[in-house]
Structure formats: C-alpha cells, structure tokens
Design a protein around this ligand. Structure first.
Ligand code: NAD
Length: 501
C-alpha cells in the first residue's frame, strides 16, 4: 500500500480498498492454516460487510505453538540474548510499526469500528510502549543482598519462559503492545491470542516482528475463539504465564485453568464501572462536562476505564447534566473512516444487542433518559451517546459493566456519600475526581479503592505510569517498568565464600 499521508475521508477509503489482509496464523515463523481447516468470519461493523475469513486455531495449533515457544526459550537465542541487543531488535520493531502506522490503524478501524483518528492515536501509544520497554530493559539492575562477608547473596531477575498473551478487541494494537513489549523485552517467548473479533492487526504485526529480527518461535500469533484455542493455552502444562486483558468473567475462568493445570502465573486486567466524582468546588463546569462526555463516549464506550458513573454534588447536578448532554451532541456516531468522526460503530451484533438491552433496562428501572437511547438505522451498528440521570445505586445500569456509550448520573450530598457511592462496586479500575481543594483531593484519593485516580482530568497518563485494577478489575499492572516485573522471576543465589586466608 502507498505511504502518502491520508488526510481525507476519501483517502482512507482508498487505502482501505488497497489493503492486503493476512488471514493465517503465525506459528514457528510460518503462516499456517488450522489442522482442521477451520476459519472464522470477521465483519466490518460499520458496514456489515465480510472483511475476511481468518484461521480459527484450536488445541493442535496451541500445542504446536507452545512447543516452538519452549524450544526457542531453551535455545536462548532471545531469552539469553544480552538486554541491549533485545532492545535494539524491539526498537527496530517500533520503527517498522511506525512505518506501517496507517495500515495497522486501518486494520483496527475496519475490524472493530473505532474512528480512524482514535486508531492512529492507539498506534502511537502502542509504538511508544514498545520503545519504552525496549529502552528500559538494559537499565534494570539486579541486587546484592546485605549479608555478612562469608556469603554473597545475588538476586537475579530472569524471564518466566512461555507467556500466552490473551487480549480483547477494544484496543487491539495497544492492548497487544502493553503485553508483548514487556514480555519480549524481559526475554520470554510470547504466544499472542488476539480476540476473534479483531485479529487482523495482530496477524500483520507477526510479519513485522519477524522482520525486526525476533528469532523463530519467540513470537507467534494464534487467531481463534476463547473457548477453543484460548482454553488450550490456559490449560497448557507448558505455558508459564497467562497475561490477560478482558472480562472479569473470563479472568476468573483463567485462574481456575491455572489451578487445574500447572499453576501458571495469571496476570489479569479486567472490567470496570468507573466513578467520575464531581464536587461543587470544581474549577470549570464546561471543562468537566467535556471530559465527562469523552470519558464515557470515547471509543464508543468500549473502554475498560470508561467513566460510566458520573457522581455529582446535587447543588451543581442540573447545571452539569445540561452541559454533558450538550457535549454529547458533538459526539454522534459516523463512518469510522471519516477523520471528522468522533464515535464509530459497536464491535459486533452481540455487543450492540447487549448495550441496547441495558438501555431498555435503564428505562424500565426508572432512570431518566436525557439523551440518546435509540440506535441509528443500519446496516452499521451505531448507538448514539446515551445519558441517564436520576440513577440510583441499586439499578442495573449503575452496577454492571455495559461496555458501550451509556452514562449513568447519580447525585450526592456529602463527601462521605460520594466516596461510598464511588466504592460501591465489585470493580476498582479507575476513578476521577474534580475539586480545587487539595486537602479534599488527597483525602478522597486515598479512600477511593481503585487502581488509578485521575484528578481534574480523565484518563491522563503516560508510559511511566502503571495501569491496572484492584478488586475484580484484576491483579496485574501494564505499562511502566513495573510491568517488566510481571514477566520476570526472582532467583536467589546464595554463595558461601571462604573469607579466611
Ligand atoms: P472477553 O473476556 O470476552 O475476551 C477477551 C479475550 O479472552 C479474547 O481474546 C477471547 O477470545 C479470550 N477468551 C474468551 N474466553 C476464553 C476462555 N474461556 N479461555 C481463554 N481465553 C478466552 O473480553 P472482550 O469482550 O474481548 O473485552 C471486553 C472486556 O475487556 C471488558 O470487560 C473490558 O473492561 C475488558 N478490558 C479490560 C482492560 C484493562 O486493562 N483492565 C482493557 C481493555 C478491556
């Protein structure tokens, strides 16, 4: 495909029509079909058209990939390669991804319906993540324990072995990078299982990883369903770690799989129902409204940290609701290939039906619908920003992760009530708070049970910050050098020294 910078809707449509789609698995440095010839269909949710018939891997492909991965790990061409050399290879990968940025972003947009401008942003995040972890790996030191002089205690950091990275469809390239960058940098062999709803960019990435010089068997891609190839990886006796991003329900199953097999490590990044808490002393209500709208409507609301519960001091609730409704007006869904589009299509029919069911539930349970609620006419799967006010804490739309463009607004009368409402969830992924009072900010921040807290912003972060949840939002940390710790093991070496001459 051409490398001129696409700027207009027509440019992106032209590029989309020129794309070559790789549909085969990548096992042992070869494009491969499934043993039984199975394929799965991936659709463009913005048009309903079939994009590709992609190989659907199952247990035989998982077994083959695990064998290749183990052999590669034991051979040491990557696992024992000096960190500075692994760094150079991964930096080459980042350069290759940057070179193919338009193509990779386009694959995600076509596959799962996000606006092309968001997909480009995701790609930049993914490339930045590869660069950060590459640059970090040759700057981490081991330890010498503070023992007496008769002994030398070394604490070495070693790769785990074979890592299976199982990722979702909402940020296909970014979630992939958050897993594979630290896992590869630390010296592991990685098997990537992309979502069956968005496998295309991962299959393209496989060729780039090979071109960058990552050796045979160190990186493989197995497209397919969770209950088939995903389960096979989860139950494998020779996978050392499951690095998972996805739903809490599947995360729980993976922990059971580890217990039923080889006690592999399980790092989970799961769901959320994040509270965005607005106090009456916030600085600028218009700015809060704009952030509150994009906190839930960005990426069609298909975001783990979506600010899906807006908790507002009752004294300013009417004023804020009015502004959030107005801000949402500017985020109506449209063709994801149009750079002016702020919101794209829901990923597939099942997700679309799920979101519409929650919207009906909100109305039935008595919440006040003040924007959206009606899907757009097809063939694309478009749901507009939907806002419910007067939501109470026991309503389904206040409790369950909808994973769509549906905002639930609740009021509070005191700081304690706000904190209690915010923490009243099985999830604990993200929380926002808006106030100008530094004492309140620190007081509330410490009491929020959440992996990350955004103060006077939503979702602000960079690669230096760890990302993950507490409670049923998971137990792992992506990003920052802390994620390298997830993919390595400590080895204690105790040396007896003869100190007497
Ligand atoms: P999902 O749990 O249905 O699927 C995630 C991945 O797991 C997919 O690759 C799927 O094929 C695989 N899978 C499904 N069942 C499996 C099984 N039995 N064994 C092994 N693998 C299996 O989630 P999804 O619908 O793809 O993504 C949406 C969910 O992901 C939401 O809950 C969202 O909050 C969460 N998410 C979390 C984060 C985070 O960082 N915390 C980021 C993005 C998405």
């Amino acid at each position: 495909m051409t490398h001129t910078t696409p700027e207009t809707h027509a440019d992106w449509q032209r590029l989309a029509s020129q794309l070559h789609l790789e549909t085969r698995a990548w096992i042992g440095q070869r494009h491969t079909d499934a043993q039984d010839g199975a394929r799965l269909t991936t659709l463009n949710p913005a048009t309903g058209e079939v994009l590709a018939e992609v190989v659907a891997c199952d247990a035989p492909e998982a077994d083959a990939a695990v064998r290749h991965a183990r052999r590669a790990f034991e051979a040491g061409h990557w696992s024992r390669r000096p960190p500075a050399e692994r760094k150079r290879t991964l930096l080459r990968l980042a350069d290759l991804m940057a070179h193919h940025r338009h193509e990779l972003a386009l694959l995600d947009t076509l596959d799962m319906g996000k606006p092309i401008t968001s997909a480009l942003g995701d790609l930049d995040g993914a490339i930045g993540c590869i660069r950060y972890q590459a640059e970090t790996i040759d700057k981490l030191y081991g330890e010498i324990a503070p023992t007496g002089e008769e002994h030398l205690g070394l604490v070495l950091r070693e790769p785990l072995g074979v890592v299976a990275a199982i990722v979702p469809w909402n940020f296909p390239m970014m979630m992939t990078a958050w897993k594979i960058a630290p896992a590869l940098a630390a010296g592991n062999s990685v098997i990537l299982k992309p979502s069956e709803k968005s496998p295309l960019s991962a299959l393209r990435l496989a060729a780039l990883v090979a071109e960058a010089g990552v050796p045979d068997g160190v990186f493989q891609v197995l497209p397919g369903y969770g209950h088939t190839v995903g389960q096979a990886l989860a139950l494998s006796m020779d996978v050392d770690c499951l690095a998972f991003t996805g739903s809490t329900q599947v995360g729980k199953q993976l922990m059971q799989c580890a217990g039923r097999s080889n006690l592999k490590k399980v790092y989970l990044e799961c769901g959320g129902k994040s509270p965005n808490v607005v106090f009456a002393d916030c600085r600028d209500l218009d700015a809060v409204a704009a952030h509150a709208a994009s906190a839930i409507f960005h990426n069609q609301g298909e975001v783990c940290i979506a600010g899906s519960r807006l908790l507002v001091d009752n004294r300013i609730r009417d004023a804020l609701v009015e502004r959030v409704v107005a801000a949402a007006e500017h985020m109506q869904p449209g063709d994801p290939l149009n750079p002016a589009t702020a919101m794209g299509a829901m990923v597939d029919q099942a997700q679309y039906d799920r979101v519409m069911t929650y919207i009906r539930r909100g109305v039935e349970e008595g919440a006040h619908l003040c924007a959206g609620g009606q899907a757009l006419d097809g063939p694309g799967l478009f749901i507009p920003p939907t806002i419910f006010n007067d939501v109470s804490a026991d309503m389904t739309i206040a409790r369950e992760e909808i994973f769509g463009p549906v905002l639930s607004i609740m009021g509070f009368d005191s700081e304690d009530e706000a904190i209690a409402l915010a923490n009243d969830s099985v999830y604990g992924l993200a929380a926002g708070l808006w106030s100008q009072d530094i004492d309140r900010i620190m007081r509330v921040t410490r009491r929020l049970r959440s992996g990350q807290v955004y103060v006077n912003n939503w979702a602000g972060s960079d690669m230096t910050m760890p990302f993950g949840g507490v409670k049923q939002s998971g137990n792992g940390r992506d990003k920052s050098y802390h994620s390298l710790e997830e993919y390595s093991e400590l080895k204690a070496v105790w040396m007896a020294l003869n100190v007497k001459a």
